[in-house]
Design a protein around this ligand. Structure first.
Ligand SMILES: NC(=O)c1ccc[n+]([C@@H]2O[C@H](COP(=O)([O-])OP(=O)(O)OC[C@H]3O[C@@H](n4cnc5c(N)ncnc54)[C@H](OP(=O)(O)O)[C@@H]3O)[C@@H](O)[C@H]2O)c1
Length: 329
């Protein structure tokens, strides 16, 4: 194992947060029985919140963000993984208050790691990352509640990580998907990944009347929250469900009780951070096989640590398209 490594570290100076690439010592890593040499991480919205000091994400600075990491085991004190075994670590406290995947090494409890499934390369696993796992958790909930094949689905935040992976998987599973996006110029790309219909926010709003509109969609995946979620709740068919994971638009939303009491609609919460380990492992295995997105690499780009700042600004401004993969080693 190397004695030192490079990491992107965010420092707090009064009320400003500044990221720098620094040389760290292996002995600086937090406590944990599993040490992993990180090959790739990926950029998620939450990493951008952590790097910019958003309240409720990271408490203690200096800090290395990165809620996703894939790499090789270099030390495992409880022998649950072998030296050199490839593992994925996402969620739990990684990148929140535990130094994360924007460093060339991480140290975590071995119970956080999942073996890299045979059907995924390390790079592909980060094209998915937390975004892919989150898409899969929501789709799993929707499948159990309503089924997927032949259903009319609506997905917002369509060009973001969770959104585009959800569109890809839902359409692959036989759903007729409507994508809602702020970037109508990506209509062609969204059609290629499987969207049958692509709507701008304004076009989507033309279907919406509060407190209830005509029921058009059977299932929904909301990553935006706020007004878009309020609107989506009015356009679901009887018995329809929405999986809800995000807050890029707003953390609060309003609704009447009518979708719930007149149409039996359901709002299904998605939590990728704390999902139990056995479920996490089984969904990763699905993402490597039957649910492996057709267009996994199409909307992904690889960058290096030196480019992270620029991509953080882009994701915070809602301008990111697809997934950003960070090469570490
Ligand atoms: N609950 C969980 O476990 C969990 C896990 C992962 C992510 N999340 C959350 O899910 C959300 C999406 O994550 P992500 O990694 O996919 O983020 P992302 O890659 O930044 O995607 C978000 C997308 O939402 C749209 N958008 C951004 N700002 C918007 C706004 N103000 N109004 C309307 N649309 C906006 C944009 O897509 P268009 O331009 O195409 O509309 C953007 O690309 C975040 O809030 C994240 O924290 C939650």
């Amino acid at each position: 194992m190397d004695k030192t490594f490079l990491a992107y570290q965010v420092e707090k100076k009064r009320d400003t947060f500044l990221g720098k690439i620094l040389e760290r010592s292996i002995s600086d890593l937090p406590k944990g029985n599993l040490t992993v040499k990180v090959f790739y991480s990926s950029l998620n919205y939450k990493d951008a919140l952590s790097a910019s000091g958003a309240k409720g994400v990271t408490r203690n600075y200096p800090h290395t963000p990165g809620i996703d990491a894939v790499g090789e085991v270099v030390d495992c004190l409880d022998n649950s993984f072998e030296y050199g075994e490839k593992v994925i670590v996402t969620g739990y406290d990684l990148g929140m208050d535990t130094a994360g995947g924007f460093g060339q090494y991480i140290r975590v409890p071995s119970s956080w790691a999942v073996p890299l499934p045979a059907g995924l390369s390390m790079y592909e696993s980060m094209c998915l990352g937390t975004a892919g796992l989150t898409a899969a958790i929501g789709i799993d909930l929707l499948e159990k509640k309503n089924g997927i094949s032949g259903k009319k689905a609506i997905v917002d935040g369509a060009t973001g990580g969770v959104g585009y992976l959800a569109i890809d998987i839902l359409s692959m599973l036989g759903s007729d998907v409507t994508a809602v996006t702020t970037k109508l110029e990506t209509k062609k790309e969204l059609s290629i990944i499987g969207a049958k219909e692509v709507l701008s926010i304004e076009e989507f709003k033309s279907y919406v009347r509060q407190p209830l509109s005509k029921g058009i969609w059977d299932i929904g995946y909301d990553v935006v929250g706020g007004e878009l979620l309020s609107n989506m709740l009015t356009v679901m068919k009887v018995g329809g469900s929405i999986a809800c994971c995000g807050n890029v638009g707003a953390t609060t939303f309003s609704s009447s009780v009518f979708p719930f009491i007149l149409r039996g609609n359901s709002l299904l919460g998605v939590d990728s951070q704390g999902i139990e380990h056995s479920k996490r492992t089984s969904l990763w295995n699905k993402l490597a096989t039957d649910w492996k997105p057709f267009n996994l690499e199409r909307f992904s780009k690889e960058i290096q640590l030196k480019d992270v700042d620029k991509e953080i600004t882009r994701i915070l401004n809602g301008k990111q398209v697809g997934r950003v993969i960070i090469r570490l080693n």
